[in-house]
Design a protein. Sequence first.
Length: 298
Amino acid sequence: MYDAIIVGGGPAGLNAALVLGRCRRRVLLCDDGTPRNAVSRGVSGFITRDGILPGELRSIGRAEIGKYPSVEIRDMPVADVEITPDGFEVVMNDGIRELARKLLLATGVDDNLPDIPGFRELYGHGVYNCPYCDGWEERDRLFAIYGRGDKGKNFALQLTLWGKDPVLCTDGASELSETDLAQLERNGVTVREDRITHLEAKNDTLAAVHFENDSCLPRDALFFITGAKPSCAIATKLNCHLTEKGVVRTVGNEQTNIPGLFVAGDASQGVQFAILAAAEGALAAFQINSELIAEDLI
């Protein structure tokens, strides 16, 4: 019986394992090796590590955790989880079953990428979802924004801080009022409702957005706002409450509505920064350790 099993080896899972290791807790960290930021050119806004490659950050974290003998890292996906009277039974991809008193899900989210040729291929290479992560590197370049409705409008207005000649591409009806359109125009944002056929690449990065009317919009970068979904089905399978954005709702120190189950990182956070994911992992570890202490007192 582990004190805790952590599913996910990104900043949230690694920081939780670090804190719990320092608490002398027996921990199993399961990592399937498919981080959300795998295509990123660097982790941004992480003090002392600004711009570090995601893989390098994970390697440093693993090395630091290696100092704590009670923490085990297993490079394997988790196939299933069942709630037991004493906690949780976790089924590994190879069929091995492990028991834990507490469970932390730190699996992140998967972005909802539009089904447009070139979108997935250019993700991380001219196509981005977070201006706080990539806006600085793309500053003063020609921007396209993919989105519609209030979310698309507000996202486009934010991006005027970083980009030049921003064009909001709604890929169909914009779902915007005359008031919305007037606000965008006042702030220098053009709106195009033409259907997009594909994104053109040049030298392995974005070169242009192509439309059904055979027109072409040369662009250096495209930022999209299409939402995301938890990359792990365990939370929904265990009936965790979700937010309207589709991510797990947490309270306090990353607690869910399921006793003993915690969610940290992108899967529970509206603001999806790596440094905040790491902080959430630390908060969850603190709460896990506190609950274990309380349960063991006689």
